[in-house]
Design a protein around this ligand. Structure first.
Ligand code: IMP
Ligand code: MG
Length: 194
């Protein structure tokens, strides 16, 4: 009886796994790292004679991309973090942005690169960039791993873009759906349930 129960639990588990709504691989870890290398070199070139940079990573989604990128920018780089949030546990933006955790560094006259996971409506970064601009950095740019321009409701444009994606809900490589899938070592998407 106990064995039967166990067997039936196994079947349920397998069925649930088959139904995991993870789509195809859009970008592999190798592709992402190669792109980080290209953008890292470009950013280094754009900063010419400058020798200091503050990287502001948006938590939590941009962590993996930031670690790839920062290794490819050969200069003295300080790391800082910010939590700006416009999403609850859903796939649609609420449009209201709040800063839940601010950066620690003084940005006045500094070179600042904001590293983001994905630009969707553009609400989060429009708001965050306005806030950071008020602190009068010398140089302020955004590098996003992914850009979803078809969903833009603002005029926001990132300075450096890893990859452009279609209107899909992206998961993996730091990006979540309800805090899940962040650890996937590739970029995929959530398949719609039908
Ligand atoms: P925006 O303010 O609409 O541009 O959305 C920005 C934030 O929403 C991103 O930094 C992500 O954290 C989250 N987001 C937007 N689109 C996706 C997605 O496709 N997958 C996972 N998170 C997303
Ligand atoms: Mg984000």
């Amino acid at each position: 009886m106990a064995e039967e129960k166990k067997a039936s639990a196994e079947v349920k588990k397998e069925t649930a796994m088959e139904q995991e709504p993870v789509g195809k691989i859009l970008f592999t870890e190798e592709q992402i790292r190669a792109r980080a290398r290209e953008l890292g070199r470009q950013i280094r070139e754009d900063l010419k004679d400058q020798d200091e940079l503050i990287v502001v990573c948006t938590l939590k989604g941009a962590v993996m991309w930031m670690t790839d990128l920062v290794k490819e920018i050969p200069m003295d780089t300080k790391l800082d973090f910010v939590i700006a949030s416009s999403y609850g546990s859903s796939t649609a933006s609420s449009g209201v942005v709040t800063i839940k955790m601010d950066v620690e560094s003084n940005l006045y006259k500094k070179n600042v690169l904001v590293v983001e996971d994905i630009v969707d409506s553009g609400n989060t970064l429009s708001f965050l960039m306005e806030k950071l601009k008020e602190r009068n950095p010398r140089w302020l740019k955004v590098c996003t791993m992914l850009d979803k321009p078809s969903r833009r409701t603002t005029g926001f444009k990132a300075d450096y873009v890893g990859f452009t994606v279609d209107d899909l809900f992206i998961i993996g490589y730091g990006l979540d759906y309800d805090q899940r899938y962040r650890g996937l070592p590739y970029i995929s998407y959530l398949q719609s349930e039908n």
